[in-house]
Write a protein that binds this ligand. Structure first.
Ligand code: AQP
Length: 328
């Protein structure tokens, strides 16, 4: 089977530069590599409290951003997770094949639940990796491009596939995580020791930010002692983060960027980073505004859900049959 790529983003807040680098920037290349299933993870967005209007608006924005990033809806499937019911149906089955001990070791659960009162931690937050595993196996996905924080969930999905295939025969496809060399974890501009995150927005660059706002945020980003533009995560986390961002915008290696900035002062370096981000995001934002205005995401989502449902239902049936559920 040729490569089948699956990727999703949760519509939990305004999209950040971290989401752009992790997923959106690579969509065009993904289109050329194989068949892509690209979804809006709206069921996952419910794992933390969210207002209905906000969820709706974030989902629309995300669909428009996917299209603005170059997703070809004719060739690939763009859909809402909640519009393909097989996700929830397979989840009801697979939650019996992943265990409490495994789920409680997930660092994302530990991080997110630590910020909540105990009686506000939903079961869905705990069981998030089960649904994520279902998202992946439903499409026989072979390749999952992710940021570093999601690798543990993909490993758990691989354990689940092994478990199911060993017990019932080869019914699920083994996926693998694809991690970029540069940009696997973009950090906050105001605190480069924490991840840039849409549900905890501090020091974020949002994809809807005006160029002037982006410039201001980058120019006031936290930097480090010293004056050399060098990649050193431990001693220079602020400069290292800006270097990563620059490299992702320009598609170059860290070594190339270090060479380029020999003898630069921090201020001039930041200006170059701001120029690079604005140059990349301005045309993308223009396309996004056009798509929102003409609502072309509506047809793309409808067609995408139909295409996705065909494949997802085939997998669901295969699993139901293998485990002994009676099917007409
Ligand atoms: N800062 C980041 N650096 C690199 N990759 C990132 N990703 C997110 N933030 C960064 C990657 O983006 C993809 C989609 O993420 P998601 O929305 O499904 O979940 P997330 O990782 O939890 O992203 P956020 O922004 O931190 O969302 P919230 O705050 O809602 O939890 C994933 O591949 C992710 O790795």
């Amino acid at each position: 089977m040729s490569e089948r790529i699956l990727t999703g983003i949760k519509p939990t807040g305004q999209l950040t530069l971290g989401n752009y680098i992790a997923v959106l920037k690579n969509l065009r290349k993904m289109n050329d590599r194989g068949e892509c299933f690209i979804f809006i993870a709206d069921l996952h967005a419910l794992t933390l409290p969210i207002e209905p209007d906000v969820l709706r608006q974030n989902s629309i924005d995300l669909a428009a951003f996917y299209l603005a990033a170059g997703l070809d809806p004719e060739k690939n499937a763009l859909f809402l997770q909640s519009s393909v019911s097989a996700h929830a149906e397979l989840n009801a089955i697979m939650q019996n094949y992943l265990y409490m001990g495994e789920l409680s070791r997930m660092t994302q659960f530990k991080d997110k639940s630590a910020k909540l009162k105990e009686n506000a931690i939903g079961l869905g937050l705990f069981a998030y990796p089960v649904l994520m595993a279902c998202d992946i196996v439903l499409y026989d996905a072979t390749t999952i491009p992710v940021g570093e924080d999601q690798v543990q969930h993909i490993e758990l999905t691989r354990d689940l596939v092994n478990r199911i295939n060993n017990r019932y025969g080869e019914i699920l496809t083994m996926p693998k995580a694809e991690l970029r060399k540069v940009g696997k974890r973009i950090m906050s501009l105001s605190d480069p020791t924490v991840k840039m995150s849409k549900s905890d927005p501090k020091g974020d660059i949002f994809l809807k930010d005006d160029p002037a706002v982006i410039r201001k945020k980058i120019m006031s980003a936290v930097t480090d002692l010293g004056c050399e533009v060098k990649y050193d995560e431990e001693n220079k986390p602020g400069i290292s983060n800006l270097l990563q961002i620059y490299c992702c915008m320009k598609d170059i290696s860290i070594e190339e960027a270090e060479q380029r900035f020999v003898g630069y002062r921090y201020g001039d370096f930041k200006k170059a980073v701001a120029d690079a981000v604005i140059e990349e995001l301005e045309p993308f934002q223009q396309r996004y505004r056009e798509i929102v205005a003409n609502k072309s995401y509506e047809k793309a989502l409808q067609e995408g859900a139909k295409k996705a449902s065909v494949i997802a239902n085939q997998t669901l049936k295969r699993v139901q049959k293998a485990i002994g559920l009676l099917q007409e």
